[in-house]
Each structure stands twice: as C-alpha cells, then as structure tokens.
Design a binder for this molecule. Structure first.
Ligand SMILES: [Zn+2]
Ligand SMILES: [Zn+2]
Length: 266
C-alpha cells in the first residue's frame, strides 16, 4: 500500500504543515544560525511523497549514513530476528559507507481500534525523534497496536508506506496471522512486510525509481508483476501468509534489483 491513498490525506497533511509554520512564525525569535535546523526546518525533508527520496536512500551521493528509527506501541515490538534481517537487507541494497544505525524505542500504545493513514501520520508527528540532517538520512517505522482502518476480510493490510521516509507495520494483524501451528513464524512475516514497505520508499515499483524494463502490475499500483517477488502486491496483504508457511521467503526479483541498482543502489 502506498502513494494511492496519499492523495486522500494530502489535504490533512497540507493543513497541518501550514498551521505548524504559522505557529512557529508567531513565536520563534531570531537566533544564530543552526546548520541542522536550516538544513531541515520543521522536518520538511521528511514530509515528501513515497519514493521521492529513493535515490538519496540508495546512493551515497548526498547522504553517506542512514538512521532507522523503529518506534513501537508498547507490547507490539518486532522480533529481534526481524530487526537483524532488516539491517542485513539494507546493507545489501543501500550504498551507505558511513553506516546504517538502528534506534529502537516504545511509546504508550495509542489504543485505537483501527488506524487510518492520517492517524498513523499524526502518531509519527507527535513521537518521531530522528530527522534527516547533513550527511544522514533518517527513516521512521511505527509498529502499531491495531489494524488498518481499510482492512477487508480477504485482504488485511500488514504495512503501509505513507511518506518519503515513513512506514508503519500493523503488528497486531501480523501477530494474528503468524505463530500458530498452521501459520508462519512471526519473524518471517515481519521480515517480508518490513522489507516490502522499505522497498516502496526505495522507489519500487515505478514510484520514484525508474523501471529498467517494464514490470509494473499497474492494476495493483506500485507493485511487481512477478508473483514470487517481494514487491508482489500480495506481500502486504494477508495473502502472503500461506506461501510463507510453505517456506518461501519472497525476495526482490531481477527486475526490481536492476531498478534499484540503476538508481544508485547495490
Ligand atoms: Zn506494497
Ligand atoms: Zn519484482
């Protein structure tokens, strides 16, 4: 799930940004130059659309480091195996000679029955600590204590990418669909959903990273036509669960890898 529903929350986000800058203009006094602040005032570099920072994340041209903020609703933290898998995945794909740094934290569970993309964005706006600064891109993942508002019986959304550096995983839904005797291990399900959402902000498919050859499953948005690929649309809905239980961990296929490499990745 990505750019598609962004248009729906665009207005809300736009209003939020306007209010914030009015407020700051009203109360902020002139200060000496602060390079960090001038570089990314009000976190504007982290409020762009999904895929807009793909090249900055993939290449070392402008940023040699990435800081990954993993913030969970208390009690809904990801498994440490999935955290390790995410770091390995990023090291394999991103040209970041300065390193990939993970920072984990928890916040009191917001406790809503379900979350819209706008709800998730508001949680991020209240709690996110790390923002892009000179030489370091910051990305943000929220592990939610509830499900996505638009879940259907036959398609439960497991993750969303909703801004250029912002993603959420619906950890409660992931737990419902994993760990049982006929279900995949939780760390495996977390891993594929996590990598899938990250790949959206890396610009896949045709969403900020150009396609080397056409492999976009246009009827399903920014996804790959290959049903075995990590970027197939079924990976972020519950449909992936059966395949995973069978032992298949979806990976990026050759087309998706070619696109990332052509846009500065490894
Ligand atoms: Zn997707
Ligand atoms: Zn693919």
């Amino acid at each position: 799930m990505n750019v598609g529903f962004l248009s729906g929350i665009k207005k809300v986000l736009f209003l939020a940004v306007v209010c914030q800058s009015l407020f700051l203009a009203g109360c902020e006094e002139k200060e000496g130059a602060d390079p960090k602040k001038d570089f990314n005032p009000n976190g504007v570099l982290n409020k762009k659309n999904v895929g807009e920072s793909a090249r900055d994340l993939l290449s070392a041209e402008k940023f040699t480091k990435v800081i990954v903020e993993i913030q969970s609703a208390q009690g809904f933290e990801p498994t440490s195996q999935a955290v390790t898998n995410l770091k390995n995945f990023m090291e394999q794909r991103l040209n970041k000679p300065g390193g990939i740094i993970l920072k984990q934290s928890s916040i009191p569970a917001p406790g809503k029955t379900s979350y819209t993309a706008a709800d998730i964005a508001a949680i991020e706006d209240r709690n996110r600590k790390e923002f892009t600064r000179p030489d370091t891109m910051a990305i943000y993942f929220f592990f939610a204590d509830s499900k996505y508002a638009e879940d259907k019986d036959n398609a439960k959304v497991l993750g969303v990418a909703y801004r250029n550096t912002s993603m959420a995983l619906f950890e409660r839904t992931i737990r419902d669909l994993s760990g049982g005797i006929t279900q995949p291990e939780r760390s495996k399900l977390e891993t594929v959903v996590w990598q899938h959402e990250l790949a959206h902000i890396l610009g896949l498919v045709n969403a900020g990273t150009a396609m080397v050859t056409n492999h976009q499953d246009a009827p399903h948005g920014r996804h790959c036509t290959n049903s075995n690929c990590l970027m197939h649309y079924t990976v972020e809905t519950g449909n992936v669960v059966q395949n995973l239980f069978g032992g298949n961990m979806p990976q990026l296929d050759a087309n998706c890898l070619n696109d990332l490499r052509a846009n500065g990745g490894k």
